[in-house]
Design a protein around this ligand. Structure first.
Ligand SMILES: [Fe+2]
Ligand SMILES: [Fe+2]
Length: 491
């Protein structure tokens, strides 16, 4: 029995018994990254190009480091994860692109495992790499072709194992599927808002159960994967501003509530009230809402009625449960300031509700960056945050605003930035640990040429100097360069 246990605990593939998991994890991530970079380089340059040779050397070194410790190197793709010698590799955002790319390659070649033994030679590696990048995407029997080609070229130190097609499983959803789900939930929310707003405008009853369901979907989605939803809120060029705005404010408020550790039911209530915060607008003349020119004093007078109209509308609903009451309060208070200035003027001064304070921050941010009602020209997301910071303590709750900025980053999603490498990027995710070094998609190289969308983490440092490899120099107005940021987000 003892022998059996021992054998199980120490896979034969390991040449040494005591292997720190950390080594496998770190080297595994590095190996995957180098494999990915080598394939990418091979796609651009032929095998005798100095870039290819250099990159392949780095990859070889990485393989050698692992094989010195482990002997055989086994890279396996199974159930949506990469494994190095049975150790599942976890990837952060930075390593995500490379692991995703490799997973796709494994899938394309119907590969489950690649094994390199310690005697693998340079020319064998080169052959593997160039075969992988040169085979046409849709070719049939790609695994057989690859195996045969390796055999013909005498690559005896590389072994392959064919995989079984994996069933699509909920947990194994690829990032693309995640995006699809996020989009579907988000667009569903917009259409439900549209529905409630138009039935409210016609004094018809509203299907509250439907609204709750959609909010619950958003809550589930935000708990599982908030980045895709937040990215969607950065796309502003939709036609139906009020509906999209309501959905945006709802998503931002939910992400906010998550940072305040709200339990699920409280999140749902917050989402519900955020979705309804502007419902009073349906009681205003439609041409006022869509007025393209600046508001005059009369327009503003009308517009300032929407919080009270919203609260009244919600009061008129049949079911007055906890969430309807909360949304009434939020509708009433979302244009009140922290110091109780703002509108409507309250006869009885009392502290602004926490939900209202949250929604007022999300609302202001979305409105300022959308460039509609309150701001004819859209502000860049970082500019909007700066303005809001300027008003902390009077308009916005200072500690809540701090949390919001922590959530959005100094350069929120959708900000177009110029880097000191002269590249141009779009922010796709903030780094909570370092707000001024977000994750970006590089969209133009240093010659201004549009390039493939690579995600880069600006917190990456140069190991030699310890300094950041790239920094944001300034933000760029996308309109000036006729950039439609929506085409770069969620791709
Ligand atoms: Fe409003
Ligand atoms: Fe609003």
């Amino acid at each position: 029995l003892k022998t059996e246990v021992k054998e199980k605990a120490t896979p034969k593939i390991f040449s040494e018994n005591l292997l720190p998991d950390k080594f496998l994890e770190e080297e595994g991530r590095n190996l995957v990254r180098q494999f990915y970079l080598t394939l990418k380089t091979a796609k651009l340059y032929d095998e005798n190009n100095s870039n290819s040779i250099k990159q392949q050397q780095i990859f070889t070194e990485s393989l050698e480091r692992v094989s010195r410790k482990l002997g055989l190197i086994e890279l396996k793709a199974k159930r949506g994860y990469l494994h190095l010698n049975e150790q599942r590799l976890k990837f952060d955002f930075e390593g995500y692109t490379s692991s995703k790319y490799l997973m796709e390659q494994f899938k394309k070649f119907n590969l489950e495992v690649i094994i390199w033994d310690e005697n693998v030679e340079e020319k064998e590696l080169k052959h593997l790499i160039y075969f992988l990048v040169n085979l046409d995407y849709d070719e049939e029997e790609s695994f057989e072709k690859l195996a045969q080609s390796l055999e013909e070229k005498g690559c005896v130190h590389i072994h392959l194992k064919k995989g079984e097609p994996e069933p699509e499983d909920e947990q194994v959803r690829s990032e693309n599927d995640k995006k699809k789900v996020a989009k579907k939930t988000f667009f569903k929310a917009i259409s439900v808002v549209q529905e409630i707003f138009s039935s409210t405008a016609q004094n018809k009853s509203v299907n509250l159960a439907k609204v709750k369901r959609v909010v619950q979907c958003l809550v589930d989605q935000i708990l599982e994967d908030e980045n895709n939803l937040i990215e969607l809120t950065a796309i502003k060029n939709f036609d139906n501003y009020t509906y999209v705005h309501s959905a945006n404010v709802c998503v931002l408020a939910l992400a906010f509530g998550l940072r305040l550790d709200f339990p699920k039911n409280k999140l749902t209530e917050l989402g519900f009230s955020a979705l309804f915060h502007d419902i009073g607008k349906v009681k205003l003349p439609q041409d006022l809402i869509t007025k393209p020119s600046h508001f005059d004093e009369f327009d503003w007078k009308q517009m300032r009625k929407h919080p009270l109209l919203g609260a009244k509308t919600l009061l008129g609903k049949k079911e007055l449960d906890q969430s309807s009451i909360r949304s009434m309060v939020v509708a009433l208070e979302h244009h009140l300031n922290l110091d109780l200035s703002g509108y409507p003027a309250l006869k009885e001064k009392r502290e602004q509700n926490l939900f209202s304070r949250i929604v007022s921050i999300c609302d202001a941010f979305d409105a300022m960056t959308s460039g509609r009602v309150y701001m004819r020209e859209a502000l860049s997301p970082d500019e909007a945050l700066k303005r809001m910071l300027f008003q902390r303590g009077q308009v916005y709750d200072a500690s809540l605003l701090k949390i919001f900025i922590q959530m959005m980053g100094a350069y929120p999603v959708g900000t177009v930035v110029l880097l000191d490498s002269n590249e141009i990027g779009i922010v796709v995710q903030p780094n909570p640990q370092d707000l001024s070094h977000p994750k970006i998609k590089v969209i133009a190289d240093n010659n201004g040429k549009r390039i493939d969308l690579e995600i880069e983490d600006l917190t990456e440092t140069d190991p030699k100097t310890g300094k950041f490899k790239k920094n944001v120099i300034k933000t760029i107005d996308p309109q000036k360069y006729s950039l439609d940021i929506s085409t770069y987000l969620l791709r």
